[in-house]
Design a protein around this ligand. Sequence first.
Ligand SMILES: Cc1cc2nc3c(=O)[nH]c(=O)nc-3n(C[C@H](O)[C@H](O)[C@H](O)COP(=O)(O)OP(=O)(O)OC[C@H]3O[C@@H](n4cnc5c(N)ncnc54)[C@H](O)[C@@H]3O)c2cc1C
Length: 597
Amino acid sequence: MSAYRAPLQDMQFILHEVQGAESLFASMPGTEELGRDLMDAVLESAAKISEEVLAPVNRSGDEEGCRLEDGKVYTPKGFKEAYKEFAQGGWVGLSGDVDFGGQGMPKVLAVLFEEMVMAANSSFALYPILSAGASLALARHASEELKQEYLPKLYSGQWSGTMCLTEPHAGTDLGIIKTRALAQEDGSYKITGTKIFITGGDHDLSENIIHLVLAKLPDAPDGAKGISLFVVPRQLCDEGGQAVIDNQVSCGAIEHKMGIKGSSTCVMNFDGAQGFIVGEPNKGLQYMFTMMNYERLSIGLQGLGLANNSYQVASAYARERVQGRAATGMHNPDAVADPIIVHPDVRRMLLSVRADVEAGRALAVYAASQLDLAHFHADEVVRSRAAKLVAFLTPVAKASFSDKGFEGCVLAQQVLGGHGYVREWGLEQNVRDARIAQIYEGTNGIQALDLAGRKMVKDREGLLACLAMEIDEYVDARKDDAALSAYIEALQAALSSLQDISVWIKTAAEHKPDEVGAASVPYLRVVSLVLYTFMWARMVEAAQRGIALGEGDMQFYDAKIKTAQFFLRKKLPELQSLVAEIKGGSEVLMALDAEQF
Ligand SMILES: Cc1cc2nc3c(=O)[nH]c(=O)nc-3n(C[C@H](O)[C@H](O)[C@H](O)COP(=O)(O)OP(=O)(O)OC[C@H]3O[C@@H](n4cnc5c(N)ncnc54)[C@H](O)[C@@H]3O)c2cc1C
């Protein structure tokens, strides 16, 4: 089994040569100090901990899994030591608020870091990533007092965080949750209810676990508008500040599941546990979205990272494994057969994974740069435009990275033939671990509905127009660049198809309410292809610049341009079939009676 190697060269190329991170950070208060050397040092340390601490306990974690004994959950051997080192390195609070002990690093760096930890060990990565998401929701919406009490310990990793939304009867539709919160005289609340599928609901990595719980007050309005958010610690602190008082929070069971076996997935019972409200009553879902938007990008990176990990194994294998002869004649006359890398179909599979991973990584950094602009930039106009782009990009990133990530893991597995199906090479674990990213944090179907419905058909803020403006500005500035013309023309044509099909869906939906749901998944894929074309144009431009300067790794730039050509000729054409699929309409989907299924 090959060891995971963080793709530092590609990450640095995207960060510096495509995104121009140094000048981006120099333009914003709070990030000016972040020079190239510091960014590279962070990435190198992240690579080291991912490769040397997390990857070594990935397979053993999968084999051993988590266990529940006497109401306590134990993580696999080695996770505790890895967590200690991870927390001591300051990684849990990497992008946390500096006023409360966080490192204050921008999201652009955090996404590259998260890709590495997800690729090295997805099960492990979920524990700190949920803590980071919980901290973000508290940092944005909780009172000063709650922030003082919880954030420093969450950032240091001494305590960890969870997100408790799902109930047995309420998954996608959180408006129907039954967990109740009763106000107490001291200003706290008694929380009662059962949550299921809670990642990191219980474990032995941190001293305390801080649950962010969605619950309803007795007088709350029905549906999603009546949900409030509470902080509920597993243990309350005594007067000396020690988390030792039992708070009626218990783990009833852990799930036995397809993948991410080192991540505990818990049934959590809250039996009149003491909780503290975050922000105002009935605004809980809105607050939780702060956390979910953050988590959604991270969960997308789970798919992306695992696909990259799988690509590394499959490309190395394809150069070594000999079977059959090349169609053009023997490549390796001294051996009994040629390496399978000579076969066009093997190359199709490898290039497909690679083209999606590299474009996805560029898109993750691009989306993160918009999150940073929305957060740090001094100019309100810039902040607002970036926030609109983030709203549009988040569901696309989550669903595309995880769909293409799973697909990539399966393709890489296929490159190994039967050897990909058995455990030895680790690819069957990657397939199992990547699958969940398409389901949790809102299924990919729901991401697509959010995009096509709320963010396109019902949009009043001009979100798609904002993306179109970004692309138009990019295209206008390069319309005389002959070397880039194939990409610029492809990008213009793809954007124009997206705009046309958006109008088509809006018009169709005026008379047929099912049209949005029928179009949503292919629509999200169209948007994703437009964005990937945009990213490939930016990467080719940077590679051409590198070649013209005659500095750097020419082989790297050459491979970048050839992978871009593969994307343009072999992947982008799918856009037209997706448009045709959307125009196929909703009737064929709704024609069968429920009993006929
Ligand atoms: C391993 C694991 C870890 C998890 N971690 C957490 C966690 O930490 N915290 C937490 O709160 N939850 C967690 N979850 C729960 C997860 O977020 C939910 O499973 C997911 O949101 C889907 O909910 P559901 O399973 O109830 O499916 P349902 O909501 O029942 O959906 C079933 C199917 O119907 C579709 N569907 C539902 N409604 C619509 C609609 N309106 N339009 C179109 N299609 C629709 C869905 O897309 C899906 O395909 C986890 C789940 C798993 C398996």
